[in-house]
Ligand binder design. Sequence first.
Ligand code: E4P
Length: 218
Amino acid sequence: MKIFLDTADITEIRRAAEAGLIDGVTTNPSLMAKVGATREPADLFLEICEAVDGPVSAEVVVLDAEGMIEQGHRLAKIHDNIVIKVPLTEAGLRACSALTNEGIRVNVTLCFSPTQAHLAAKAGATYISPFIGRIDDVAGDGMELVGQIRQIYDNYEIDTEILAASIRHPQHMVQALLLGADCGTLPPKVLYQLLEHPLTDKGLEGFMADWKSLGREL
Ligand code: E4P
């Protein structure tokens, strides 16, 4: 499964990319607002694209299809890594279809149902982003949606990639892996939670203490 970092924080992106842990980045307007007050958005997107060798989702911020296509064109010119993120609305799918026909990759975001995911694929989406955590927030089952989309895409040999989004904790990631999501996007905190284990820490402490007791240099 491809792992994307769900942030616009360049320090976190560099840290994860340099450790070889991520295949790309997803951003959204809220994540941009957290870090971008002093930056030109285009400059920040370029810096992110230069830090990670993979897709970088950059979201349009208008509601009409023509406006989305125009913003998509401008964003796509920033760097080859840019993937245009559009919302799962009629206008978003219209923009998705137009941009895809021009060879520009599109991530359709804010997906909350299997029929939405099917229509996004019809419109040529490269990625579909079901928002797991936000479904769980309203007492739904985000992972059930991932499983349904997997089955629908497999039934009809649809090659749109399922990008499990709004991942909030390691168990979401385990389930997304088991269900066969193609990608998962996670905040930095969850990425590092994935590699922690108390037995690793305990084992390492023991190895270091035993080596020290040997009193030799390596
Ligand atoms: C995905 O592309 C979104 O940026 C993100 O995963 C949303 O996560 P949230 O629901 O935790 O804000």
